[in-house]
Design a protein around this ligand. Structure first.
Ligand SMILES: Cc1ncc(COP(=O)(O)O)c(C=O)c1O
Length: 388
């Protein structure tokens, strides 16, 4: 039985060609030309001025928070509904997450986050402090979950007033657009202080493992470049005036990433098509619906997520997952809420309610760009046959 996978990479001839070119050149570590070409290509595509390729999305987030000055006396507002990586990176720096709820698009609930900032914080000497913990809220970290952009304008205008830095986790949203404060559609991350991408194997574009740090600010980009390469003050005589990281992407990974990102338009078109087919197939089945992107945004449809109302559909989310797995169809529940994870459950969460019900009722469906129509039909018929 052929297995249908959740999110597998789509590797073409160009990937083999660039990898061969890279290996033949002998430049396999992080100094080769593919790293520069990959960074330049993503910067042009996103229209964000500076791009630094790093080893993965997690290190991108870690270093971004670090160069923006986030340290152990600080708090960072972050959604509970997310892959665990952004929360871990806050903890690497000794800072503390404050968990926010999600909305129907599975992105950070901006209304509740603003309510928290308006009612639960105070300003002192130009900085924003949490009334409860008395710690400084130094950053927000919204995540564009499933490729669905967060609508950030209202939040960011308050953050700017309260001297709160903005790091966007765009790991899942390469190719997704949101509106800036003038109503222009721009790439996710464009209006943050820093945005981070992931090129993990399950993402819309992969470099095997990899990430990228994007910013319009030269000063922050210079810091990222400096700290990601062991903080070399004199690279010839090995003088280091600070403690740095070894976070740069290798040329081999960049060769793969460059070939992949050159196919982004076709990957995006394929992802959207997959979403539309699922949507058409499930729209008349009571108790089933897809998680949709917000109206004024353009998602890359990285992952299609199905929400199950057990009372109406007649079978639970877990029964559907079991049936799909038995049929050789890979699928996953949505991440366990981060405010309930063992290392984080002592930290503050603000009215996180929707996250818990969403997590219990949702399934990530196969969304690979190389899914065939027959594969999608099999997923759909396996689920729709369970209707009671
Ligand atoms: C939302 C989100 N943030 C961060 C990451 C971390 O990226 P990486 O696996 O490249 O470290 C991922 C994916 O893996 C992710 O989905």
């Amino acid at each position: 039985m052929k297995k249908i996978s959740l999110a597998e990479p789509n590797i073409g001839n160009k990937e083999w060609q660039y990898l061969k070119e890279c290996l033949d050149s002998g430049w396999v570590s992080s100094s080769g030309s593919f790293v520069k070409r990959f960074e330049k290509f993503v910067s042009k595509k996103t229209k964000i001025k500076h791009a630094t390729a790093v080893v993965n999305g997690t290190s991108a987030l870690h270093l971004s928070l670090y160069v923006l000055g986030i340290r152990e006396t600080n708090e960072v507002l972050v959604p509970s509904l997310s892959f665990i990586a952004p929360i871990n990176t806050i903890r690497y720096l000794g800072a503390v997450p404050v968990f926010m709820d999600c909305n129907e698009h599975h992105t950070m609930d901006i209304t509740k986050t603003l309510e928290f900032l308006n009612n639960e914080t105070f300003m002192k000497a130009g900085s924003c402090y949490n009334k409860k913990s008395k710690k400084r809220i130094a950053a927000v970290l919204p995540v564009h979950t499933w490729g669905n952009p967060v609508e950030v304008n209202q939040l960011y205008s308050i953050c700017r007033k309260k001297n709160i830095k903005i790091v966007e986790d765009a790991s899942e949203s390469l190719g997704s657009l949101y509106q800036d404060n003038k109503g222009n559609m721009v790439h996710t991350g464009k209006i943050a202080d820093i945005a981070c991408l992931s090129f993990n194997g399950n993402k819309i574009v992969t470099s095997g493992g990899g990430g990228m740090i994007l910013t319009n600010k030269k000063k922050d980009s210079d810091l990222v470049n400096y700290y990601s390469t062991q903080a070399k003050d004199d690279p010839f005589y090995y003088k280091h005036n600070n403690v740095g990281f070894n976070f740069r992407l290798t040329n081999i990974q960049a060769a793969l990433g460059l070939a992949q990102v050159q196919s982004l338009p076709s990957f995006k078109a394929k992802k959207k098509k997959i979403y539309k087919i699922y949507d058409q197939s499930f729209k008349d089945i009571p108790g089933l619906e897809l998680i949709k992107p917000a109206k004024n945004t353009r998602s890359n449809y990285w992952m299609t997520v199905l929400k199950v109302n057990k009372k109406i559909f007649g079978n639970s989310r877990d029964q559907i997952i079991k049936k799909l797995l038995n049929a050789g169809i890979e699928c996953r529940p949505v991440w366990y809420p981060n405010h309930l994870q063992k290392p984080f459950k002592s930290f503050q969460s603000y009215k996180v309610q929707k996250t818990q019900s969403e997590v219990k009722s949702c399934i990530c469906l196969p969304s690979s760009t190389n899914l065939s129509k027959t594969d999608i039909s099999k997923v759909v018929s396996t689920i729709s046959r369970m209707q009671k």
